[in-house]
Design a binder for this molecule. Structure first.
Ligand code: SF4
Ligand code: SF4
Length: 433
């Protein structure tokens, strides 16, 4: 009887929260959904000039005289509406850029105050993706006190990092980033590393991996750099890199930037690191790419949009309040509205955004549908689907050969780990009963 009453109470609270979210977020006519709205408080502005950065070129999409700083009005609307739009907590604020620290510490102090004001009982979390060069003790204390999770962009040892990540004078940024890392460690701020994989780093997987372990990093994710030279659509927008392909679109030519990693090299890079991790570091060092794959084998959400069947639940808010379908699609045709005038749930559940998310699955070529590793890879991100399958269908991911190699190599081990974990969990559950 008591159990039933608790269940009813939980149900009642859930529905109350949803009703509140509907009220605050407008009338979509549909129950509210959870989504992660990432913010770019300084738009694409950055204090580095990394060769492969696809954010810097987005300057071309904003007018020259326009401030790149999120105003107080936009900040207040973002925090209030985002919290209210989520059916339940925790609500995660992901701050990124460009370089989000450029806006200064006072901006984040104000954000925390607003989050407290509008929390409405929900747990709030904050994450910051940064190049780390502005980190000092004041930032360290602030981030530690608020339990922030920091993502630090660092590509590996000095010569690998400095090959592409320059400051505004063209000098490598390795030393400055390592000072930032030292600040995070000194203040015991929780952090992980985001490492881009380029042709240079792909040749030295174990050097990169060992470097991170020696540097005291506990979590790392590897992000392949895949960028095409500008096509017609990009040139019309004044951009220096190609925009995404439309589902079914067949490209006549595919010209990659020299800093894009080759698919097979990327697959081999992941395999070599996987072997090392499996031998020595399972449980003590986390490579997020392996964790995401493992989650898929365990039948859970992968934790990264690329390896999920559909997307569309990771919109982005720009400094001026504009909301776009996804961080990889900040282009005029993917603008959903503005935080000052539009409703978040309505934007995320709009026909336009649902079609954007569903296209990831619907546009999969037959080659992916029949692929043995398809239910883990899901054709990866649509932005990179500009290759043709062996039988001439469009929409194959540029990295296909690499992913096939990696998933085929790691799959049997990850499946075994997933089974063990599942078994342990079932045992624990039955012991508790
Ligand atoms: S388009 Fe790519 S990056 Fe954007 S949500 Fe979909 S999978 Fe993720
Ligand atoms: S490995 Fe290649 S064929 Fe298989 S699902 Fe991924 S992109 Fe498609």
């Amino acid at each position: 009887m008591a159990k039933k009453a608790t269940q009813n109470e939980k149900k009642r609270r859930r529905w109350q929260a949803r009703a509140k979210a509907r009220q605050a977020g407008g009338q979509t006519g549909k129950p509210p959904v959870r989504f992660a709205l990432m913010a770019k408080p300084m738009g694409p502005a950055c204090n580095l000039r990394c060769r492969y950065c696809f954010y810097l070129e987005k300057e071309a999409l904003f007018s020259d005289g326009e401030s790149r700083r999120m105003s107080d009005e936009v900040l207040e609307a973002y925090i209030r509406k985002y919290i209210a739009s989520q059916p339940s907590g925790p609500v995660q604020f992901n701050w990124q850029g460009g370089e989000p620290m450029l806006i200064g510490l006072d901006f984040y102090r104000k954000s925390i105050e607003l989050q407290r004001q509008y929390a409405d009982g929900k747990v709030i979390r904050n994450t910051l993706q940064t190049n780390g060069i502005l980190l000092d003790d004041e930032w360290g204390r602030f981030l530690a006190k608020g339990n922030w999770l920091v993502g630090l962009s660092l590509d590996g040892p000095r010569e690998i990092h400095n090959e592409h990540r320059f400051d505004t004078h063209g000098e490598g940024s390795f030393d400055a980033v390592m000072s930032g890392l030292a600040v995070l460690r000194k203040h015991r701020v929780e952090f992980n590393v985001l490492a881009s994989v380029t042709p240079g780093s792909a040749e030295r997987p174990l050097d990169v991996y060992k470097f991170f372990k020696d540097a005291g990093v506990k979590f790392v994710q590897f992000m392949p750099i895949v960028e095409r030279l500008p096509d017609h659509a990009a040139k019309e927008l004044g951009l220096q890199l190609a925009v995404g392909v439309r589902a079914g679109e067949r490209l006549k030519t595919v010209d990659m930037t020299p800093w894009s990693v080759r698919p097979k090299a990327y697959g081999e890079f992941l395999c070599r690191i996987f072997d090392e991790w499996l031998r020595h570091d399972v449980g003590s060092f986390a490579v997020m790419n392996f964790e995401w794959a493992l989650a898929n084998y365990m039948g859970r959400p992968a934790g990264v949009c690329q390896w999920m069947p559909v997307c569309g639940r990771s919109p982005i808010i720009e400094h001026n309040g504009d909301i776009y379908a996804c961080d990889h699609y900040v282009y005029p045709e993917h603008r959903l509205g503005n935080i000052l005038t539009d409703n978040l749930q309505e934007m995320v559940q709009s026909t336009k955004q649902c079609a954007f998310g569903q296209a990831k699955l619907d546009a999969l070529p037959d080659y992916c549908r029949q692929c043995p590793v398809g239910p883990v890879c899901w054709g990866e991100c649509p932005k990179r689907r500009f290759r043709q399958t062996p039988d001439g269908q469009s929409g194959l991911n540029y990295l296909c050969a690499g992913y096939k190699r990696f998933f085929e190599h790691s799959g049997p081990y990850l499946k075994a780990i997933a089974q063990q974990l599942g078994h342990r969990r079932r045992k624990l559950r039955s012991e508790r009963r």
